[in-house]
Structures are given as structure tokens and as C-alpha cells.
Design a protein around this ligand. Structure first.
Ligand code: FMN
Length: 197
């Protein structure tokens, strides 16, 4: 645990990983999607509440259901991606706390009658898990194209009618074509974004 990852691993996860919009003709197997989830699920969430839920759209038919609700500039790359993940969260995540946090009998009641707390907890931890998912996918050699440019309410009506799930963001998955990348934008330096107190 006390050794940093190799430079090659850091490059894969961070320095050389890019947001992709163009995809090589290389499929993504269901097995790889399962592996990505099995890595993602190990990332920490508050009270181990694990609110993220993912729907993987792998077929043209499934993607066509999503297409009308995408921002125009996100449509072509999404239709071309081997897989598009709807990263969602379950507002009723607390119904699983007896399984996920069994040593604390009162865990469910903290959220069950407090919808605002449940909402913010689901969104915060579901978003964290979405970030873990991107890193998990990259660790397995996949490339990601996350997107928030879509109509969440309409996607929820299409895919989650009658359920307690809410879409958070979408993530195209595949093997990216590096020749189609734009130059990378800069990031804030440590001094610009951090304080040492
Ligand atoms: C939550 C999230 C939402 C995003 N939404 C969109 C989007 O709707 N359309 C798009 O073209 N790019 C979108 N992006 C891509 C970002 O602009 C991109 O990840 C960022 O500029 C960093 O690019 P890089 O990874 O190549 O350095 C989104 C990224 C994230 C993480």
C-alpha cells in the first residue's frame, strides 16, 4: 500500500488519459463492463451507501432511445461509441443499507423520511462513484467520453419510469482514436487550486 503506482500506471489513469469523441472499430465486451463495475464498486461512499446505478447501452436500438434527448453536439459521437453508460443514482439507496451497512440498524431511518438529505447524499456519492467508474474504465484500457449535455428528465422518463433512479451523467466507452484528439486544455496549478494551511 505504501508504494506509488508505476509511472506507466499514472500515465494511463491521468497524464495520458483523454476525453474521447472518436472511436476505433473495436468492441467493448460485457466482461470488461463487469470488470469496470467491480472495480468502481470498491471506491468509498458515505455509510457505504453505494447509490450509483448504471445502464449500459450496447445496441443501436438502445442508443436510439437515448438519441432524441442528447444535445445536438453529443449525438454523433454517442451513436458511434461502442457503449454509452447512463450513470444514475438511486434516490432510495437507503433501502439497501441493511445489506451495505449492517452493523448500524438505524441507518435507513436517517434518510427514509428526509428526502433532501437522501437527495444530496445520493447525488454526492453517485457522482463520486461516476468518477471512480471513469478511472476504473481507464485502468482496464478503455477510453471515456463523459457528457452532461442531455435532458435528464426525459432520459429518466424513458429509462427509469416508475423507478427511484435519476440520471446523473452519460459516459461513452470504447477505444478512442488518438488521431482525432484536440490539444489538451491546461489545468489549474497547485497554487491556483489548493492551500496549505
Ligand atoms: C461530467 C462531465 C460532463 C461533460 N459533458 C460534456 C458534454 O456534454 N459534451 C462534451 O463534448 N464534453 C463533455 N465533457 C467533456 C469535458 O469537456 C472534458 O472531459 C474536459 O474538457 C477534459 O478533457 P480531457 O480529458 O481531454 O483533458 C464532460 C465531462 C464531464 C466530466
Amino acid at each position: 500500500m505504501d508504494q506509488p503506482l508505476s509511472q506507466a500506471a499514472l500515465n494511463r489513469l491521468f497524464h495520458e488519459a483523454r476525453t474521447h469523441s472518436a472511436w476505433l472499430d473495436q468492441p467493448v465486451t460485457d466482461e470488461t463492463l463487469r470488470e469496470a463495475y467491480d472495480l468502481m464498486k470498491m471506491g468509498p461512499t458515505s455509510m457505504n451507501c453505494s447509490p450509483a446505478r448504471i445502464v449500459f447501452l450496447r445496441t443501436k436500438e438502445a442508443k436510439e432511445r437515448l438519441k432524441p434527448f442528447l444535445m445536438a453536439s453529443n449525438a454523433d459521437k454517442t451513436m458511434a461509441a461502442p457503449v454509452t453508460a447512463i450513470i444514475a443514482y438511486d434516490l432510495k439507496f437507503y433501502e439497501r443499507l441493511s445489506q451495505l451497512f449492517p452493523h448500524y440498524a438505524g441507518a435507513r431511518e436517517i434518510f427514509a423520511n428526509h428526502s433532501e438529505l437522501a437527495q444530496i447524499t445520493a447525488m454526492r456519492n453517485g457522482t463520486l462513484q461516476g468518477g471512480y467508474f471513469i478511472l476504473a474504465a481507464r485502468a482496464l484500457g478503455l477510453d471515456c467520453g463523459p457528457m452532461s449535455g442531455f435532458d435528464n428528465a426525459k432520459v429518466d422518463a424513458e429509462f427509469f419510469a416508475g423507478e427511484s433512479l435519476k440520471s446523473n451523467f452519460l459516459c461513452n466507452l470504447g477505444y478512442g482514436d488518438p488521431s482525432k484528439l484536440f490539444p489538451r486544455n491546461p489545468r489549474l496549478a497547485f497554487e491556483e487550486a489548493c492551500k496549505l494551511l
